[in-house]
Structures are given as structure tokens and as C-alpha cells.
Design a protein around this ligand. Sequence first.
Ligand code: UT7
Length: 324
Amino acid sequence: MAIHSIIIGTGSYLPPKILTNADLEKIVDTSDEWITQRSGIKERHIAADDESTGDMALAAARNAIEAAGISPDEIDGVIVATTTPDRTFPSVAVKVQGELNIPSGLAFDVQAVCTGFVYALTVADNFIKLGQAKRILVIGAEKMSSLVNWEDRTTCVLFADGAGAVILEAKENNDGLDGQGIHSTHLYANGKQRDMLQTTGGVSTTGDNGHIEMQGRDVFKYAVSYMADVVKETLEHNNITADKIDWLVPHQANIRIISATADKLNMSMDKVVVTVDRHGNTSAASIPLALDEAVRDGRIKRGQLLLIEAMGGGLTWGAALVRF
Ligand code: UT7
């Protein structure tokens, strides 16, 4: 027996405004056919001008707290994965903590771009395993539309907005893989590849946020190979084969990257949660959004084994194995 982090509730929020590929055809020189074939995206949600990452994080958090059936005063930590905070400081996490009347405890943001949620989940899991927190609200929230150069067709058709959240709770549990909770997490970064996917500015350089620029083809190539490596490592670490996985819950950047990972695992796409067609790439929000969708529509059931994986700017990548 040991302390494990159990996901006791999930939640999400998508802004109401939908931007379709047909809408994008009117903004840049692109086509529904190109976007669909190259990325699998058909439409995405875009936040209103006055809707911030923190606002979306709050909505997802409320949703997760309700699903968990707890009260905010039972939470003792808030960790938000985001690259698009409301302000340079304070963090989105303290906004969520303050607005929801969550009592004083740890609250901070984690920035690992599209891998952010896997990083945040890992950090939260470690606090819980060390006994330093009992119940942590972990959120992935992004307003990527505010970082996009709307004249750059190579990126503006891909990124989008939204938020997802989970509540992790400490529970003494069976150590075996049949026990509920996070079984392992695996995080990586290769800083030599940091300019493959980056913004053109920042607080201490240009004094503004800059815009996203990406060497898409290179990022794609590394995404496929890093995902294959980290899922293999996760399976080997837990001494299982891919057929034991009930659901793959991947970061939603590109349907071709997702299918390549499923292929490597010899997994049918029926066991993969896909939202990229409707959500686009919401960076750190994409995994908790996909997780919440599949939990709420009844696909993901209690006791099932989930393989979570992501890759993004840094380059960063990671995976987690979770018994839901
Ligand atoms: O979440 C973080 C990690 N990010 C990712 O994982 C993204 C990884 N990369 C990708 O998903 C893909 O590389 C993209 C979807 C970004 C691009 O697909 P691709 O098959 O790698 O296309 P490409 O960049 O090689 O571009 C092919 C052509 C180019 O034209 P030429 O040079 O062949 O004449 C581009 O200029 O497509 C052109 N192109 C477009 N055409 C129409 C680029 N963007 C567009 C566009 N509409 N929006």
C-alpha cells in the first residue's frame, strides 16, 4: 500500500465562438481540404476578446469540482498549465484560487507549452505522493488565439482556445497496476530544439508576447518519434503491453501524429480519444478537454487504464499511465 493520486473529477470549458475552416479561408490563403488533410482539424473554439485564460480555467475548475462532488475548501493546491496567462504575474493559479475561495495552499503555473498538462499532472502527483497536499486542482488552460499571427497560415489554422481540469486526491491504495490512480509519469525536454516552435518575443527581450512561429515539418517528425519512445518507455516501466491500455488520450495537435502513435502501439483508433477535428490544438488544455469529453459521454469508465501523452515547444514531451 502507498499513497496514490486518484482522479476524482474532470471538467472542461470551450468558448462558444466556433471558427470553421471555411471561416479561415476568408482570413488567409488556405482551404478546408488542406487543413483537413494535413491536420485533421475542421473547426476550433476561439475565446471572446474579453475572455481570458483565467476565465476559461475557472469555468473548467467549477465543472471539475462539481463532478468530484467536493467543496472548494477541501482543495489544498492549484496548478495551472498554461503558456498564455492573463498577466505575466500573478499566476492564473492564484486567480482560480482566489475566485473559488480555495483556502491558502500551494498555487502556481507550469509552462511546458503543449506538454504542460502532463508536466502539471506529474508535479501534482509528486506533491500528493510526498504527503504535501491531499487534493490538487490541476488545470490546462490556453488562449492560443492571442499568440497566433492571424496572417501566418502555417500556424493560425492549427491553434485554438479552451480549458480542462482534473481533481487529484490522495488515497492509500494497492501498489499493483489494478489499483486506481497515477502509476507513472515520464517527462522530457530537449532545449537544443527550443527554436523549432517558439514565440517571436517575450517580457525580457522584446517586451511583448510575440507570435507563434513553428518549423512544422521538423516538429512533426520529432513528435512522431518522441511519442513512440515515451509510450514504449511507459509500457515497459509498468511491465505491460499496449493491449492492456483501454484508452489512449493524446495531445491533440494533428490527427496524423495521433494515428502514427496508435499504429506504433498497434491500437485501433476506436480506443483513441480524438477531439482535434473539433477543438484544434489547444496546447496544454487539449488532454484534459479530451479526457473530460470521453468521461462525460461514458466512453472512459472507472477502473479503465489510460495512457496520456503529449509533445510541444521546448521541445518537451511526456506521458502518464493512469488507472481511472
Ligand atoms: O502541439 C505542439 C506540437 N505541434 C505539432 O505537433 C505540429 C506539428 N506539425 C504539423 O502538424 C504539420 O507539419 C503541419 C500541419 C503544421 C503542416 O503539415 P505538413 O504536411 O508538414 O506541411 P508543410 O509544412 O510541409 O507544408 C506543405 C505546403 C507548403 O507549401 P510548399 O512549400 O510545398 O509549396 C506550405 O507553404 O503547404 C503550404 N501550407 C499551406 N497551404 C494551405 C502551409 N500552411 C498552409 C495552409 N493552407 N494553412
